[in-house]
Design a protein around this ligand. Sequence first.
Ligand SMILES: Cc1cc2nc3c(=O)[nH]c(=O)nc-3n(C[C@H](O)[C@H](O)[C@H](O)COP(=O)(O)OP(=O)(O)OC[C@H]3O[C@@H](n4cnc5c(N)ncnc54)[C@H](O)[C@@H]3O)c2cc1C
Length: 488
Amino acid sequence: MKKFDIIIIGGGHNGLVAASYLSKKNKKVLVIEKNENVGGLAEYANNLNCISPIITKELNINAANTNNTNHIISLEDHQNHTVLEDNNGKLSFIKTNADEHDQKNFLSIINNYKIFSKTLGSFMFKKPPRVKSGNKADILQLISMGWKVRKLGKKNMRELLRVIGLNIADDLEDNLSNNNLMGLLSHEAVLGTNLGPRSPGSILTLLYKQAINNNVFNFKNIEVADYINQLEESCNKNSVEIIKSTEVKKILTQDNSVTGVQLNNEEIFESTCVISNSDPKTTYLNLLGAEILDTDFIRRTKNFRSKGNVAKLELVFENDININGVANNMYGKFIYAPNIKYIEHAFNANKYNKYSENPCLEFYVNKNILSANVYYVPYLANSNHQENEIIKKCISILSKFITDMKISKEKLITPNAMEVKYNVAGGHWHHGDLEIDQLLMMRPFYGSAQYSTPINGLYLCSAGTHPGGGLTGINGINAAKKVIGDLK
Ligand SMILES: Cc1cc2nc3c(=O)[nH]c(=O)nc-3n(C[C@H](O)[C@H](O)[C@H](O)COP(=O)(O)OP(=O)(O)OC[C@H]3O[C@@H](n4cnc5c(N)ncnc54)[C@H](O)[C@@H]3O)c2cc1C
């Protein structure tokens, strides 16, 4: 039986980050990945908007932006698209049908949110404190968090506390009149969440993303696949053993402590430390087993909300793609979420586990390939998706903007398919909703925060932990640091 200092279940980007970091600390690390390639859900990501500079520095990853200018193109049915340019974080309008007053207000809303997201940003990269631990480090961290909010000044602090529970639609309607601009910001607030523009907390999700990404529209022109390759190379260089196409069936324990893992082929690897890159629900209910956890903990696990609702659409065209009304040399992302009402209608269907007649799209174009996030396409617990119907709806929307569409290949990956391939409960972008009761020291839930679990030697490092999903790597590095701290 082979023995390792640390076994990591899953070679998603967070698993790889944790593995590379731990092996650099002279630990013998094994990563076991179910699929033939590592990277996990990163397969569906188009951009690395939120890769943490801590990761690039500590693991020596080259994430230099090859293109400092990005475009954000918010599509409008009458071809009056809004085109914004993001030049190293500085946002300006290239083209829009919004009047000057709205343009000014749009930029000032983003700047005002930036003040709050900067404060939140200082909480994002660290392990969140335990509220009642009495531990000196936790108390100091809590005081520091409180001080950072207080430092905003009376007016801004009050405003932060006011907007944090509000819905984005109300704030935008108070300050803007242009539908396209309101649709664009609402889209940024709700993509990947289980919220609509009128759901309370949808400003918080925007602030949260802005805090992690360092900007609302910040995204880097780097191949996601290149980032994953660099992470894998970093693991290989540091002698991490990676076994692919192999699934862990069970986390083994004795007397409430981890002893190793058992694979689907019954093989056993021993270790007194296991880190799960699988989501919290799957880790506790499937890999560990409810029988060794107490009833209240199981209730909290089951109540963790993780219904995914974003599908991935991939279309290959016979010719290079040109979007009407947009210069074809623009690198950027296209958004079809034309107004608040449209997004809210799409969200209404999602509430009842149906997909909307009119989904929202966020897409990227590379020559003749179009890759889109389609929302809301809810995870279906008891039925199958009609993939062809959804593809037809998307093509019908796209045909408003792309003339002469000759498609040679089409593929839709639903949250159900993502669940099957990557064992992610609900096929959720963040492994669990980003809402106020599932954030920071409450993520994923009470009794399992700060990357630890009720089982000695078992840790979590996936997007289901603080600070949530996206290709930050923060979950992986924080979990690894927690392990090193505990081993000491
Ligand atoms: C459609 C879509 C588009 C997205 N687009 C973006 C984007 O553009 N930018 C961005 O930053 N983020 C994006 N995200 C979010 C981002 O991809 C995820 O949040 C992130 O990849 C999660 O990483 P992870 O390492 O925590 O988990 P995962 O990527 O889920 O990795 C978990 C790994 O564990 C493996 N595993 C699970 N169980 C077992 C087992 N029992 N045995 C062995 N292996 C196991 C899985 O196969 C998987 O490889 C997107 C997500 C989706 C769904």
